[in-house]
Write a protein that binds this ligand. Structure first.
Ligand SMILES: Cc1ncc(COP(=O)(O)O)c(C=O)c1O
Length: 478
């Protein structure tokens, strides 16, 4: 039998696919004898995962030990090695109603059969207006204007530009922004400028000027506290100090995640958010809640704003707005902000020079509408609220493990911080990989695992998540 280069290529591609899917790759002898064949095979195999530069990933490590999901349903995912993995972080905190919900698939399918794209500039389609109505039914009373984007990062940049436009409309010279240490507000230049996570800023020197960071709220004094820590409200006075130092009337806005998520779940101390609200009111500073993680039920209420009974002026959201099924984010603003910006230009002219080609994409809107319907029909926010104490009790049972430095949590979200092993983050990265092959997905940042189960989870699923976490801790040593 003779093989042309083309035949050889086909065989190699098949073997390559087989190897990516977990099979062991060994070449039949009659092929290895072909001149230059090994070289060619190596090139092709190497390139099989090489071309995709993955986000926030140890790319070199991943390509040696790939972790691919081939399908998912409900709380479970299936890996390319056909192992079953329970999703302990709702993807990236975005899929509370479970993977591949048939209603969402059907809604998107039906929408795309009718309309795959409409320009959002100066024209529209019905679904985006319906979704804006539905979202504003969930937000606090006076927040009824929704601007659609495609991600949390875009929501943050959009919020910054809305604030700048608002100040321009009101003739105020407020050019400073306040954020917080350990904050995560996405990865666009606006979000990185507001970021308080050192690694996310370190290599990007060109960020917005005039951003100051308040201290974060994890003092280390109260460890393993379930819910809101009793102490620390006074940390909000950092905002007052900035107002004194720079002039309150130079500060445009204060951005906070009500519960800081990506840094490992830092729950606001009692009275902290209330104090921020007070200081903002005193100085005319806009308060922005970044609800990209906390929005759509994670706290057992539609938004964290309702959980903590503090209403911001602007809210950013994304992730669970479509149950993670389609890319979408949104900024919701108080009515007077919308009215001030839109009334500030001549009639028949564009009021806000901002928007994305895919703002309010028909497919994403259909996914959003279906997701909100599911949340309502399946009563998922209340379910999250009721499940929270079982979840938190289970999570806090890990507190006694010698590798665990701290456990924090509120609602359906918790952080398990491990003691660092040399370099910060080394243990967390390794541990996340190990968990995956033990059948559990938990997203780690640094050495903190962020556990955020789906709201459809039953007790047995929470048990499975915690048992797998513990058994992997046990294997990891101390
Ligand atoms: C609070 C917060 N803001 C913004 C973002 C950025 O969202 P995206 O990754 O969709 O751009 C995230 C992502 O995790 C987030 O947690």
């Amino acid at each position: 039998m003779t093989f042309s280069d083309f035949d050889t290529l086909i065989i190699v591609l098949c073997l390559k696919k087989y190897s990516v899917l977990g099979g062991s790759f060994s070449l039949p002898p009659f092929l290895t004898s072909k001149i230059g064949f090994r070289q060619m095979a190596n090139n092709i195999i190497k390139n099989s995962l090489e071309n995709h530069w993955m986000p926030f990933t140890d790319n070199r490590g991943f390509k040696i030990d790939p972790r691919l999901i081939t399908e998912a349903s409900g709380v479970y995912m299936t890996s390319h090695k056909n192992t079953k993995i329970i999703d302990g972080s709702s993807g990236l905190f975005c899929s509370p109603a479970g993977h591949c919900h048939p209603k969402i698939i059907e809604a998107v399918h039906n929408q795309l059969k009718k309309n795959t794209y409409t320009s959002p500039f100066g024209m529209g389609h019905p679904a985006s207006f319906e979704l804006a109505d539905k979202v504003s039914e969930l937000t606090p009373e006076e927040m009824n204007h929704v601007f659609f984007v495609n991600s949390g990062s875009e929501a943050i940049d959009t919020a910054l530009k809305i604030i700048m436009s608002y100040n321009s409309a009101t003739g105020q010279n407020r050019h400073r922004f306040v954020s917080r240490e350990r904050a995560y507000h996405g990865v666009n230049i606006g979000g990185v400028s507001l970021s308080g996570m050192v690694n996310n800023r370190r290599t990007f020197p060109v960020v917005m000027p005039n951003v100051v960071l308040m201290r974060h709220t994890w003092t280390g004094e109260e460890l393993k506290v379930k819910g809101q820590p009793k102490n620390g409200a006074e940390l909000a006075n950092d905002l007052e100090r900035f107002a004194q130092a720079y002039g309150g009337n130079t500060i445009a806005a204060c951005f906070v995640e009500p519960v800081a998520g990506s840094t490992g779940t830092l729950v606001p101390p009692e009275g902290y958010l209330e104090r921020l609200r007070e200081i903002c009111d005193e100085h005319g500073i806009l308060l922005v809640f970044d609800e990209v993680i906390t929005g759509f039920g994670r706290m057992g209420t539609p938004f964290a704003s309702q959980k903590f009974d503090v209403t911001p002026d602007i809210m950013t959201m994304a992730k669970a707005i479509t149950n993670g099924s389609m890319p979408m984010g949104a900024v919701c603003v108080k009515d007077h902000i919308y009215e001030t910006v839109t009334d500030n230009s001549n009639p028949d002219t564009i009021e806000f020079f901002h928007g994305y080609t895919y703002s309010g994409h028909p497919g994403s809107c259909a996914a959003g509408l279906a997701s909100l319907e599911i949340y309502e029909e399946e009563d998922l926010f209340n379910r999250a609220n009721k499940m929270s104490s079982y979840f938190l009790n289970s999570l806090f049972s890990l507190s006694d493990h010698p590798l665990v430095k701290d456990v924090r949590g509120i609602g359906m979200m918790g952080g398990v911080e491990l003691h660092a092993d040399g370099n910060p983050g080394k243990r967390g990265t390794k541990f996340q990989k190990e968990l995956f092959w033990e059948g559990l997905h938990v997203k780690f940042t640094g050495d903190s695992g962020i556990v955020a189960p789906m709201f459809i989870s039953e007790h047995k699923h929470i048990d499975e998540i915690i048992e797998k976490f513990r058994s992997t801790l046990n294997k990891h040593g101390n």
